[in-house]
Design a protein around this ligand. Structure first.
Ligand SMILES: Cc1cc2nc3c(=O)[nH]c(=O)nc-3n(C[C@H](O)[C@H](O)[C@H](O)COP(=O)(O)OP(=O)(O)OC[C@H]3O[C@@H](n4cnc5c(N)ncnc54)[C@H](O)[C@@H]3O)c2cc1C
Length: 381
């Protein structure tokens, strides 16, 4: 979606949200539902970075900070996905293609199998999911593309997936339906002094508002200089390939050591990924493709027959400890941040944005685990 490039003009907003990825658009929706007049300022277009190209897996039982201290937060986020997509469809007519899908975490060595099995002990106590250990033959039965030479798999039932770009677009359009404005502008700084933020500086002009929310993904790290507070978020590049398969789509997602593959509603197999410290470079590379392809063929050798049709690269916003950054910026009365979703920013978007909007609107939130996400945790680190 291209944001209208007309002047922000008109009545001043109550809140400015900087960034039109999922963090910015969903935060804008929740603020607008809370009665605020919101303007989202996006330098490029909605979903034109990580939020529009993510794999869209919703796996709350593993990842940074899980189980301690983020399991409750992560499960809350997943449960909110079970309701938000119907709300978005009612508001916008967009089907975000949220669906439940089994997830197999493969092991190829006895040590990997031991680690996965030990996680099953606490995972089996999480309400709403069914987890079990499958031997290689059972894993192949659950997902016929599975490498039969694997040492088994931890299977999680009840996890899900969504189409990330549709989700971002739906959040943006729902925010608009609730009165938010989407404006294509690059923010270049903050207006304010004495801990009170008056608005933002633009490439041409400025825009005032009562509250500013920084949701600029990996670019928030560079916004630290505007705030005078270090917000340690950096880009972590990831690449995905999409493959055309003539028949027998995958029924479950396969995962191995941070890589994954699944059939998506567009009929293609999506496979990822890389973790590259490459600054703000968003170009695809042959090395990235080969790494993803190597992991894919390890998980599912029969996919060698699939035809590569697309390759994408984008930047995850990764905080210094891998967990989201949500809350008021220290030293400011009315400046907030919502970023740092890292590899789980689509999953965690529901809790991050509900929490950020609650803090703006009421100064407190019932989203569990939000206290672990405050900017203050990096002080002196
Ligand atoms: C390959 C890959 C696969 C992924 N797979 C998954 C997955 O399966 N599940 C999952 O949960 N997560 C996944 N993620 C992570 C997820 O995509 C991100 O964590 C999430 O999209 C980040 O959203 P965001 O809104 O914070 O940032 P972004 O999507 O980067 O949005 C930030 C926006 O801010 C704008 N902006 C920046 N600076 C300014 C400025 N000065 N003025 C105005 N606008 C500005 C940018 O143009 C951008 O549009 C994946 C990521 C990658 C890279």
């Amino acid at each position: 979606m291209t944001i209208q490039a007309d002047s922000p003009g008109g009545a001043l907003p109550d809140a400015i949200v900087v960034g039109g990825g999922i963090a910015g658009c969903l935060a804008a929706l929740f603020l607008a539902r809370g009665g605020m007049k919101v303007t989202v300022l996006e330098a490029d277009s909605v979903g034109s970075h990580a939020s529009g190209f993510a794999f869209g897996g919703l796996g709350p039982l593993d990842g940074s900070g899980i189980p301690d201290p983020l399991l409750d937060f992560s499960v809350w986020c997943f449960n909110r996905h079970q309701t938000i997509h119907e709300e978005l469809r009612e508001d916008t007519g967009i089907d975000t293609q949220f669906h439940l899908r089994d997830r197999l975490n493969l092991a190829f060595t006895e040590d990997e199998a031991k680690n996965l099995r030990s996680d099953l002990e606490w995972q089996s106590r999480v309400p709403g999911f069914r987890v079990e250990w499958l031997d290689a033959a059972e894993a192949v039965k659950a997902e016929p593309r599975t490498n039969p030479d694997c040492a088994g798999a931890a299977c999680a039932q009840g996890t899900g997936a969504v189409e990330a770009y549709r989700y971002n677009l739906a959040a943006a359009q729902a925010a608009e339906k609730h009165g938010a404005g989407m404006v294509q502008r690059r923010v270049t700084g903050l207006l304010g002094e004495g801990g009170r933020c008056r608005g933002v500086k633009l490439e041409t002009g400025e825009l005032e508002a009562g509250v500013v929310v920084l949701a600029g993904g990996p670019w928030v790290g560079g916004m630290s200089a505007w705030c005078g507070v270090e917000i340690p978020v950096r880009p972590l590049k990831g690449q995905i390939i999409r493959l055309q398969l003539r028949e027998n789509p995958m029924v479950a997602s396969l995962n191995y050591r941070g890589s994954y593959a699944a059939s998506k509603p567009d009929g293609l197999i999506w496979a990822g990924t890389t973790e590259e410290e490459a600054g703000f470079d968003e170009e695809t590379t042959g090395a990235g493709r080969d790494k993803v392809m190597g992991d894919l063929l390890m998980m599912a050798p029969s996919l060698a027959e699939a035809e590569l049709v697309q390759q994408t690269a984008c930047l995850r916003p990764l905080s210094a400890d891998g967990m989201p950054v949500v809350g008021k910026v220290p030293g400011w009365d009315n400046l907030y941040v919502v970023t740092g979703g890292g590899r789980k920013g689509i999953l965690w978007s529901t809790g991050m944005c509900a929490g950020a909007a609650d803090l703006v609107l009421r100064g407190e939130s019932g989203v569990p685990g939000l206290e672990h996400l405050a900017v203050e945790r990096f002080k002196g680190a």
